[in-house]
Design a protein around this ligand. Structure first.
Ligand SMILES: NC(=O)c1ccc[n+]([C@@H]2O[C@H](COP(=O)([O-])OP(=O)(O)OC[C@H]3O[C@@H](n4cnc5c(N)ncnc54)[C@H](OP(=O)(O)O)[C@@H]3O)[C@@H](O)[C@H]2O)c1
Length: 226
């Protein structure tokens, strides 16, 4: 895929930082968004346009959209996410559940809404949502993590839905499980390295055409059950 502009949310650490690092190393223009750029020392080492974005804040999303007015965004990566809850049935904190939905489900849709013309006016027109296999109803062997699981299931539905509506504008929307990865969220027992995961996800982004819009893959390119 020819180089263009990629926008990544949650670019200060974990998978988001690696997206920024790899795309910048390949010569892409990187728009790296995070809550607190001044506290993102690793991001400062990367050639990127850094913007402040709290994905749970409508004001913050609108501020970003204004700053990027007229800038084509070839690949929009909704990466920022919150786990926050590994509790079992009956134990989930409702306020936390709402917060997790705001970050994992509502924010990606609001960001796509605010940046729709940026994506539609670009060459590649791709939207990548970092979902999770634990949001799969068809592949849930264990229970638990009610807020996180349901937030990713709802993200899958919202974006698979948008894929239908935005296909006519040539926009390809993907849902991708990055693997169980060695980040702050994944922990040190995770079997997949950050570099391995993002190399795999980028390969899927590269290859995806409008024919794949609305599909759910893992980082190896395997299609996952909803
Ligand atoms: N690691 C895994 O095994 C795994 C597996 C499946 C799916 N995922 C998904 O992959 C994505 C990245 O996860 P990760 O493993 O890199 O997690 P991480 O290391 O915990 O990083 C999470 C990122 O999301 C950002 N974030 C959280 N709330 C935000 C908000 N309100 N506004 C802006 N940014 C916010 C964090 O920023 P702050 O530093 O400001 O908090 C951080 O940059 C998430 O969507 C996650 O659900 C991860």
């Amino acid at each position: 895929m020819q180089n263009g502009t990629v926008l990544v949310t949650g670019a200060n650490r974990g998978l988001g930082l690696e997206f920024a690092r790899q795309y910048a190393a390949d010569g892409w223009r990187v728009v790296a968004c995070c809550r607190s750029p001044k506290d993102a020392p690793e991001l400062k080492k990367i050639k990127a346009d850094v913007h402040t974005l709290d994905v749970a804040s409508q004001d913050s999303i609108q501020h970003l959209a204004k700053a990027l007015h007229g800038t084509p965004v070839d690949v929009l990566i909704n990466n920022a996410g919150l786990h926050g809850d590994r509790r079992m049935f009956g134990e989930t904190d409702v306020a936390l559940w709402k917060q997790i939905f705001e970050v994992n489900t509502i924010a990606p849709v609001q960001i796509l809404t605010a940046l729709l013309e940026n994506v539609a006016s670009s060459h590649h027109k791709k939207v990548v949502n970092i979902s999770s296999k634990v949001g799969s109803i068809g592949d849930n062997p264990s229970g638990g993590s009610y807020a996180y699981r349901s937030s990713k299931t709802a993200l899958n539905m919202a974006m698979a839905n948008a894929a239908h509506e935005l296909k006519a504008r040539g926009i390809t929307i993907l849902l991708i499980h990055p693997g169980w990865v060695q980040t702050d969220m994944g922990g040190t027992d995770a079997p997949v390295s950050i570099e391995q995961s993002i190399t795999g996800v980028r390969r899927i982004i590269d290859k995806a055409t409008l024919a794949e819009t609305g599909h759910f893959y893992d980082y190896t390119g395997k299609q996952l059950p909803w």
